[in-house]
Design a binder for this molecule. Structure first.
Ligand SMILES: *[C@@H]1O[C@H](CO)[C@@H](O)[C@H](O)[C@H]1NC(C)=O
Ligand SMILES: *[C@@H]1O[C@H](CO)[C@@H](O)[C@H](O)[C@H]1NC(C)=O
Length: 426
C-alpha cells in the first residue's frame, strides 16, 4: 500500500513536470523546432522559400541550387523539400568540399526529372549528385522519380544515361526512408565514399527496364545497406572494384538480376573486393541470387565473402561464380583472371528455375576456399528440367550434405597458382 502511494505520487509529479516543461518548450515555435531537430541547428532552408513552384511543371532547379548554397554555409543545417509538392529538377550537383558538415536533405516531397532531351545536353553521368561532402544525410518519406521510360526506349535521349542519385567522394553518408523510382539507369550510386549507411529505402523500376541497377557501389569502404526493398531491371545491388567492408542485410530483391560482386576486371583491369557480408536477403523471380562475375583477362581478387541466410524463390541460378562473364559478347580466351578466394555460402534455401549452383572458374586461376553449408535448393514448379550443379575449376569444402548433392566441388587446393599471387596485388 505504501509503495503504491509512493508510485502514484511519483507519477503525478512526473506528469506535472512534463506539463510544466512542455509549456516552456512546445508553446514557442522555436522550442518546438529545437525538440524536433536534435542535435541540429535550427537553420532550415525550404526550397519553397527560394522560389520553387513545386507544381511538377516549372523548372525548380535554381531554387534547389539557392537553398543548397544557403545551407552549405551552416553546419548541421537542413534543406527542406516539403511534402505535397512535385519539383521538376534538371541535372544538379550539391557539392562541397567547402560546405559545412552535417547537412540534412529532408526529402518529403517528390522530385521528378525532365523528360525532354533538351534538358540533358549531350548527356550526363548523373541527375542528382552529392559530391565531396562530410556527413551528409538524405532522409524523409519523399520520392525521387527519374521518369526513365523515355530513356529505356532509347529514342530521342542522349546515349549516356544518368544515374538518378549519386554520391561521390563523401564520408559519413546516410540515405534513409526515401523511394527512388523509374531511374534512367542506376537508381543509387556511391563512388569513392566511406562510412555509408542506407536503410529503409525503396528502389523500384520495372523488371524489363534496361540497366536500372538498384544500388551500385564502387571504390567505397564501410558500407551498410539494410531494411530495404529493391526491384529493378538489373542488379539489385552491384559491388564493384575498390569496395571492402560491405554489409548487406534484411534486403528484399526482385525482380532484377540479383546481387552481384562485379562485373570485375573488364578490359584487363585490376579489381579488388574484400570483406563482403550478405545476410538475411530474399530473392524473388530474379536471374541470379548471389553472384560473382569477372571478365577474362583481369587481375586482382575477390576475397573473404559470406552469403548467409539467403532465401530464393523462382530464381534462375541462386548461386553463381562466373569468371567467363562477357556481357553478351563473345569471350576471348585469356591467361589471367580476377582471383576468387574464400567465398562462404551458409543457409541458402528455396527454389530455382534453371540451375541451382554454377561455379564457372578460370582455367588459369581456379576459385579456392569455397565453402557450402546447409544448402537446400529445389527445382521450382516454374522450372524446366535442370542439369544440376555445375562446377569448373572450383575448389573448396562441403560443410554439410546439400540438396541437391554438389559433387562437382573439388576438395583441397589446385596445383596451379590459385589466388595467392593475385591477392597480393590488392
Ligand atoms: C569487415 O567489414 C565489417 C563491416 O561490414 C567490419 O565491421 C569488419 O571490421 C571488417 N573486417 C575486417 C577484417 O576488416
Ligand atoms: C581456352 O584455352 C584453353 C587452354 O589453352 C583451351 O583448352 C580452351 O579450349 C580455350 N577456350 C576457348 C573458348 O577458346
Amino acid at each position: 500500500m505504501k509503495s503504491f502511494k509512493l508510485n502514484t505520487f511519483r507519477l503525478i509529479t512526473a506528469i506535472a513536470f512534463a506539463v510544466w516543461f512542455s509549456r516552456f518548450e512546445i508553446c514557442s515555435a522555436r522550442g518546438w523546432r529545437k525538440l524536433q531537430a536534435s542535435p541540429a541547428s535550427a537553420a532550415t532552408y525550404n526550397v519553397l522559400d527560394y522560389g520553387a513552384k513545386g507544381d511538377g511543371r516549372a523548372d525548380d532547379t535554381q531554387a534547389f541550387q539557392k537553398a543548397w548554397a544557403a545551407a552549405c554555409n551552416v553546419e548541421s543545417s537542413t534543406v527542406v523539400v516539403p511534402s505535397g509538392s512535385v519539383f521538376l529538377v534538371k541535372p544538379i550537383s550539391f557539392s562541397g568540399p567547402n560546405c559545412a558538415q552535417n547537412i540534412v536533405f529532408q526529402l518529403d516531397g517528390k522530385i521528378i526529372a525532365p523528360t525532354s532531351s533538351a534538358a540533358w545536353g549531350s548527356g550526363t553521368l548523373q541527375w542528382l549528385e552529392f559530391t565531396k561532402l562530410t556527413k551528409i544525410t538524405i532522409r524523409g518519406k519523399g520520392t525521387i522519380d527519374g521518369q526513365g521510360s523515355v530513356w529505356w526506349q532509347g529514342d530521342k535521349m542522349p546515349s549516356t544515361k544518368p544515374t538518378a542519385l549519386r554520391f561521390y567522394g563523401s564520408d559519413g553518408v546516410v540515405v534513409s526512408g526515401i523511394t527512388i523510382q523509374n531511374s534512367q539507369q542506376t537508381h543509387l550510386k556511391f563512388d569513392d565514399c566511406t562510412n555509408v549507411q542506407v536503410y529503409d529505402i525503396t528502389a523500384s523500376s520495372p523488371g524489363d527496364s534496361p540497366n536500372t541497377d538498384g544500388i551500385h557501389l564502387q571504390n567505397s569502404q564501410g558500407v551498410v545497406i539494410y531494411s530495404s526493398t529493391l526491384a529493378c531491371g538489373d542488379d539489385c545491388i552491384s559491388i564493384q572494384t575498390g569496395c571492402s567492408n560491405i554489409y548487406v542485410h534484411n534486403v528484399d530483391c526482385g525482380p532484377g538480376h540479383g546481387l552481384s560482386i562485379g562485373s570485375l576486371g573488364k578490359g584487363n583491369t585490376k579489381a579488388c573486393v574484400s570483406n563482403v557480408t550478405v545476410r538475411d536477403v530474399t530473392f524473388q523471380n530474379t536471374m541470379t541470387g548471389v553472384r560473382i562475375k569477372t571478365w577474362p583477362g583481369g587481375f586482382g581478387s575477390v576475397q573473404d565473402v559470406l552469403f548467409s541466410n539467403i532465401q530464393v524463390s523462382d530464381v534462375e541460378t541462386p548461386i553463381m561464380i562466373d569468371q567467363y562473364y562477357c556481357d553478351g559478347s563473345k569471350c576471348r580466351n585469356a591467361s589471367s583472371a580476377v582471383a576468387v578466394a574464400g567465398v562462404n555460402y551458409l543457409n541458402v534455401k528455396g527454389t530455382y528455375t534453371v540451375e541451382p549452383v554454377r561455379f564457372a572458374c578460370s582455367d588459369n586461376m581456379p576459385c579456392t576456399g569455397i565453402t557450402l553449408d546447409t544448402i537446400q535448393l529445389e527445382l521450382s514448379q516454374k522450372g524446366q528440367d535442370s542439369n544440376g550443379p555445375f562446377c569448373w575449376e572450383a575448389y573448396g569444402e562441403l560443410k554439410t550434405q546439400t540438396v541437391p548433392p554438389i559433387n562437382c566441388l573439388q576438395t583441397g587446393n589446385p596445383s596451379k597458382n590459385g589466388a595467392g599471387a593475385n591477392a597480393d596485388s590488392c
